[in-house]
Design a protein around this ligand. Structure first.
Ligand code: ADP
Length: 754
């Protein structure tokens, strides 16, 4: 019985857990092996010392002369030694082997997920429990209980058995006692006898008290060296997260968040820190971000800065550890501001990794939560200064395809990025119906627009400027200035609206294969400078005066167009309507009239005479790297259906989209995944001979895809099988995470009913 207690108290699984944690933090097999070696290097000396102390302490019991205690202590010493040998030899080897076997051919995140349920992680959990005061208390209670049993047995023994045993004591002792009986001698005699009889209990109690003291006073310490605990990446990241000065740009960005930039650093005040124990602080950061880079103590900040700024060989950011980089970020100043960390390190992925450490600390993310946001294997050089700032990683969106789609004699497989179940399947069904006879389309490059707001001292002066710009000769002067800013941007029109002394000059320009917002903005700025030469009293209020109109619903784009204007048409035979869509032309025409025309008119909609054009537009935009916010204007669409004149059983359908803002160069189109999707459509990058043709083709494909989605949804609506299909495609066990929330389920699963 005692042996079992000894075993539980002496054997310590926490170090095995720690080693497993370190191994888990590696992203590949080489890193795992390296981490295990590093873990042994760090934990080894402490464990060796612990083992020696424990062997010596418990070993004293083997010399006690009390037979039962000697056996017990021998057992404990052996347990300690076996534990030590296994930990230093078999355990690391097995750990490495298990990881090697479980990693081959599998994504690391998957392995990590799997490992969560494994024995390895159980031991890790045990380690976490150890820091838990509840477990401490259980151990304490166990030990106290054991002591109580010993004390009780001793008292019971002295009260009853002692008398019996006394009678059997050696005759010499009995004789002495009877011959020299005095009062004090009697007491001393009893004590000596009592001590003799209870020696094993006393020694056991002392050993147990020593173990209790060990658990209470020493078990909370971190076996990792102090220097690592206090100045390791974790501590520094937490520190950086508390006090890193927030530069102006960050203040701008954080203004909209719930917590003010002033309050944010206060979330981790020194007072808070003292109330959070060391292990909780450590847990602020995902395990995998710990101990990356050399494990030596960080060098003084000035030395780190010198190394950072040095151009000598062997210097520079690559020779600094993550901890040292964190110290530099923490120090603030211009050496390594958090928002520029990728460029300062000249290693975008490392920069992103360190930023994640800091931000997960600041955001008080639970352990490992940010790990599920991917960041590795991404070409950040294509993102920096182009697509995104303050990068933490990327959000994967599933990409499906709809097709084959027969458009103007060519077949396309259209990539669609979406998380809305049933959307791709529905569009695919539409493609099937449309592709029997094929879709025809026309496209016009309306031009991208930018409309600055300018103000004049008087209405008369504003009118004078308006007619000056509208004069052919002056327009040519302005156009020359505009066109000088780009190889592809060409001013096409200048549409001016007047409001009091303000003019809204809507510059319209073709922009080649680029969507063109940047291009037309640059041109407009230059054109304004020329106009200002003529009208020095003209005040430029804003380069964008909302008459453009970008990313906001506006009638001007619906009426005058923006980007590309596309119209697609198709006839679908009665047989196809029946076999693919299970409906007929008359029913569809009727529904289209009452829903897309009548219903939208009742709603006062502008550009919304369609069923759900925005669904297809956004899915293709996301897949092909378009600006997703431009789905506002780009989704303007009029879906028309008629019974075909030549055969009234067939359906004649058109989709008119006057403001598709698309490009195949610039923005997100150059990112690897997005450009692969453009490649699928044969429109990646600039058209080799006719600039603008790729963008126009993309606009035609988007419009034809919209048509497929429109047709399929309309058919689903008239058949009333929409909800059924959503239940099948959208209401998976994952989507319906809460059976207690039927309202949410219904709303999300039917969101394609637009
Ligand atoms: P946007 O104006 O859509 O925001 P950008 O102006 O940022 O796009 O990117 C377009 C860039 O691509 C310009 O620098 C332009 O010179 C270049 N480019 C190369 N080939 C073409 C092309 N065929 N059409 C348009 N731009 C092109």
């Amino acid at each position: 019985m005692d042996a079992l207690f000894f075993l539980l108290l002496v054997i310590d699984l926490s170090n095995s857990g720690r080693l497993a944690q370190l191994a888990l933090s590696g992203s590949n097999q080489a890193e795992v092996t390296q981490n295990i070696a590093r873990g042994l290097e760090l934990l080894g000396p402490a464990i060796s010392l612990d083992t020696i102390v424990e062997v010596l302490l418990v070993g004293v019991g083997t010399l006690s002369g009390v037979q039962r205690l000697e056996v017990l202590c021998m057992f404990a010493v052996l347990s300690v030694l076996v534990n030590y040998v296994v930990f230093m030899t078999f355990y690391p080897a097995c750990l490495s082997l298990i990881f090697d076997l479980s990693r081959s051919g599998v994504d690391m995140s998957v392995v990590r997920e799997k490992a969560k349920g494994s024995l390895l992680l159980k031991s890790l959990t045990e380690e976490e429990q150890k820091a838990n005061p509840v477990l401490q208390r259980v151990k304490l209670i166990m030990t106290t209980g054991l002591m109580a049993v010993h004390i009780y047995s001793r008292v019971a023994f002295s009260g009853s058995d002692y008398d019996a045993v006394d009678k059997t004591l050696t005759p010499t002792l009995s004789l002495n006692v009877s011959n020299n009986r005095t009062e004090s001698g009697e007491i001393a005699d009893i004590i000596i006898k009592w001590l003799t009889m209870s020696a094993d209990h006393i020694v056991i109690s002392i050993v147990l008290i020593a173990l209790v003291v060990k658990f209470i006073c020493f078990d909370n310490r971190d076996p990792l060296p102090d220097q690592l605990r206090q100045s390791g990446p974790v501590a520094i990241a937490a520190k950086a997260s508390q006090t890193t000065p927030i530069d102006e740009e960050h203040v701008e960005q954080e203004r909209d968040t719930e917590i003010s930039p002033v309050a944010r650093p206060l979330l981790f005040t020194i007072e808070d820190q003292s109330s959070v124990n060391a292990s909780t602080q450590t847990d602020l950061l995902p395990l995998r971000h710990r101990l990356v880079g050399p494990t030596r103590p960080p060098r003084p900040i000035q030395e780190c800065l010198d190394i950072l700024n040095s151009t000598e060989e062997g210097s520079g950011p690559a020779s600094l550890s993550d901890e040292e980089i964190l110290s530099i970020v923490h120090a603030g100043g211009t050496h390594c501001p958090l928002h520029r960390i990728e460029s300062v390190l000249n290693d975008p992925e490392r920069g992103v990794r360190i930023r994640r450490m800091i931000i997960s600390g600041r955001a008080k993310m639970p352990v490992g939560r940010l790990d599920v946001l991917p960041y590795e294997h991404f070409d950040y050089r294509k993102v920096l200064n182009a697509c995104c700032e303050n990068v933490l990683g990327y959000v994967p969106i599933p990409v499906g395809y709809a097709g084959p789609l027969l458009l103007d004699g060519e077949t396309y497989y259209v990539p669609m990025a979406t998380t809305e179940g049933a959307l791709v399947a529905s569009t695919n069904r539409g493609c099937k119906a449309l592709s029997v006879r094929g879709v025809r389309s026309v496209v016009e490059d309306v031009g991208m627009t930018r409309a600055p707001c300018v103000r004049f001292p008087s209405v008369a002066r504003a009118a004078e400027a308006k007619s000056w710009i509208e004069n052919d000769e002056n327009y040519r002067v302005v156009k020359t200035e505009f066109d000088s800013t780009s190889r592809f941007g060409r001013l096409k029109d200048c549409h001016i609206a007047m409001d009091g002394p303000q003019l809204y000059i809507r510059f319209v320009a073709i922009t080649g294969d680029a969507m063109g917002m940047n291009m037309v903005s640059k041109g407009a700025e230059m054109a304004l400078r020329r106009i200002q030469l003529q009208f020095p009293d003209m005040q430029i209020i804003s380069l964008s005066g909302n008459f453009c109109c970008d990313k906001k619903p506006a009638a001007i784009n619906w009426i005058k167009g923006r980007g590309k204007r596309v119209v697609t048409e198709c006839t679908i035979s009665a047989a196809t309507l029946r076999s693919v869509l299970r409906t007929d032309a008359k029913t569809l025409v009727e529904c289209n009239k009452l829903k897309n025309m009548g219903g939208s008119a009742m709603a006062g909609s502008i550009g919304g005479n369609n069923a759900h054009a925005a669904n297809m537009v956004t899915a293709v935009f996301l897949a092909t790297g378009q600006d997703p916010a431009q789905n506002v204007t780009s989704s303007n669409c009029s879906t028309a259906m008629e019974c075909w004149a030549e055969n009234s059983e067939d359906l004649y359908m058109t989709c008119t989209m006057p403001s598709l803002e698309v490009g195949t160069v610039g923005g997100g189109t150059g990112l690897p995944g997005q450009s692969a999707c453009l490649e699928m459509l044969g429109v990646r990058g600039a058209h080799p001979t006719r600039p603008g043709d790729n963008a126009k083709k993309l606009a035609q494909i988007v419009c034809a895809t919209v048509m497929a989605g429109e047709l399929s949804l309309m058919a689903a609506l008239v058949n009333s099988d929409l909800v059924k299909s959503h239940m099948r495609h959208n209401r998976s066990s994952i989507a319906v995470s809460s059976a207690n929330n039927p309202l949410n389920v219904t709303v999300s699963s039917c969101s394609t009913i637009s």
